[in-house]
Design a protein around this ligand. Structure first.
Ligand SMILES: Cc1cc2nc3c(=O)[nH]c(=O)nc-3n(C[C@H](O)[C@H](O)[C@H](O)COP(=O)(O)O)c2cc1C
Length: 194
């Protein structure tokens, strides 16, 4: 299935000051089963891995600009991969994978209720190829930077989010049919909250 879905241009002048987003951020797990718009999904994906104006660098820092992360987008309707260079989604399946993803995350139920989970998968060799063993820690640090952007962006959009590090790697790889070169390392679940 090859369907490229263009995302609306990311908004770079939101109405919530950064300090306020930092001050109000909390892990939120009580999600409403309300879909997000493509604009909201695109904005969250952009905050994590979008390109800057020049098209060379991304919204989150990367050791040596090696960019080991790939971002997968699980919604209540479909499953896609975010394409930073196009600011688009490459739809991989028209299927709601949330229940199986929640099972792979040791039954964390909010993953099934929330309309969106962004999954970071890493190709470690992109970074270890340059930095050797030390590159492994750089990859995890980078995922933290990108995830924090999502948390703050979610707050600025009036949404809530929570980091998810507790999951069975092999089970998540199976649910998302990840290729052998990619390992799931982190997730952020987001949506409207009670
Ligand atoms: C690396 C990492 C992994 C986490 N994994 C999970 C998780 O699997 N499930 C969950 O509900 N919260 C998870 N959290 C969220 C923490 O529980 C939360 O940040 C902590 O309780 C502090 O609350 P706060 O985020 O509201 O400040 C994770 C946080 C981090 C930084």
């Amino acid at each position: 299935m090859a369907e490229i879905i263009s995302l609306p241009k990311p908004n770079k002048t939101g109405s919530m000051p950064l300090e306020q987003a930092i001050a109000v951020r909390r892990s939120r797990r009580h999600f409403l089963p309300k879909s997000l718009t493509l604009e909201q999904i695109g904005q969250l994906a952009w905050s994590a891995q979008g390109l800057d104006e020049g098209g060379r660098y991304r919204t989150a820092p990367s050791a040596g600009a090696t960019y080991p992360l790939e971002l997968f987008v699980v919604t209540n309707e479909d499953f896609s991969r975010y394409l930073p260079a196009k600011h688009a989604l490459d739809k991989l399946a028209s299927q709601d994978l949330r229940a199986t993803l929640a099972s792979a995350a040791w039954g964390q139920e909010f993953i099934q209720t929330a309309p969106l989970t962004l999954v970071f998968a890493a190709e470690f060799s992109r970074t270890t190829g340059r930095y050797g063993k030390r590159g492994v820690r750089y990859v995890y640090m980078e995922a933290g930077h990108a995830a924090q952007n999502i948390h703050l962006q979610a707050e600025a959009l009036g949404l809530g989010s929570v980091a998810v590090g507790a999951f069975d790697d092999a089970a998540v790889s199976t649910v998302l049919s990840l290729p052998d070169n990619l390992e799931p390392i982190y997730m952020v679940t987001a949506g409207y909250c009670r």
